[in-house]
Design a protein around this ligand. Structure first.
Ligand code: AMP
Length: 284
């Protein structure tokens, strides 16, 4: 079936009302566009788990700080729509900023505690922007399941906690990280990388792999592990590291002694591009 493009909220409301009256379960896949196989895996999962899938494309200005890449953020709407149609997404909602944030808009979500460290330290206003827009999108689409990527691990914890704290009737489904054949986690921002940058960027996923091995071999001293992570990144040519840490997978606290499940998280700038990646380690 052909995908239907929805550009305004009243039109979306009519659709969701009809779907709900027919007893259909709605799944939503929130994105900022410039779509790739990572986004498609979320859309496919939504197709498998729900009756109707709505993808949203909105480059949310409130989650970017001044000086970040809002204006340059890659946009390729035609290709995005084609990809979504290929995987069988039913609707794509593409609102403009004035609809999402009309004149006089002042209400925001104060993000949960888990938003305060890591990304929250380096991008202090980011998660308030994310939490607010996600809550709005969940309300607008009336989705009972929303699909997010583990690629943005802290974001997935923030959203899960927000939904719990605010009694939002929506299940958050977190899908695995999709990587390129060379190991680089797919990201819309990879489009910014030069060939040399990309070589350097590969040391991020390589470092996560090495860190997982180290922990699996029994190293539990987080000081030792985090030093190894930093050294591995530096050896690979990454010199602008925001963080390289091993955290408790549930609350992102940084233990002195690593316990599983743990998550290894890296944020670093390669050239002008800020990249994030992570690796979850469960007890086998
Ligand atoms: P974005 O368009 O970057 O805001 O991402 C939209 C959604 O796609 C978020 O839930 C991301 O975590 C998810 N996502 C981005 N990259 C990947 C990836 N490589 N694998 C799986 N999910 C991803």
């Amino acid at each position: 079936m052909k995908i239907e493009i929805v550009r305004d909220i009243p039109q979306l409301t009519n659709i969701t009302k009809k779907m709900l009256s027919e007893g259909k379960q709605i799944g939503v896949v929130p994105t900022m566009g410039a779509l790739h196989a990572g986004h498609m895996s979320l859309a496919t999962e939504s197709r498998n788990q729900t009756d109707v899938t709505i993808a949203t494309i909105f480059v949310n200005p409130t989650q970017f700080a001044a000086g970040e890449d809002l204006a340059q953020y890659p946009r390729d709407l035609e290709n995005d729509i084609r990809l979504l149609e290929e995987v069988g997404v039913d609707y794509v909602f593409i609102p403009d900023s004035d609809q999402v944030y009309p004149e006089g808009f002042t209400t925001t979500v104060q993000p949960p505690q888990v938003a305060m460290t890591l990304e929250g330290e380096h991008r202090p206003t980011h998660f308030a922007g994310v939490a607010t827009v996600v809550l709005k999108l969940l309300n607008m689409t009336r989705a009972s399941k929303a699909f997010f990527g583990q690629k943005d691990y802290q974001q997935s914890l923030v959203i899960q906690r927000m939904v719990e704290d605010l009694n939002v009737p929506c299940e958050i489904v977190v899908c695995p990280i999709v990587r390129d054949t060379d190991g680089l986690a797919l990201s819309s921002r990879n489009a910014y990388l030069s060939a040399t940058d990309r070589e350097i960027a590969l040391s991020i996923s390589r470092t996560l792999h090495i860190t997982e091995q180290l922990i699996r071999e029994g190293e539990r001293d987080n000081h030792v592990v985090m030093n190894e992570m930093k050294q591995s990144l530096i050896d690979g040519g990454v010199d602008m590291i925001d963080y390289a840490m091993v955290a408790n997978a549930n609350d992102l606290t940084i233990p002195e002694e690593i316990e599983l499940p743990a998550v290894c998280l890296i944020a670093a700038k390669v050239g002008k591009t800020r990249l994030i990646d992570n690796c979850l380690i469960y007890e086998k």
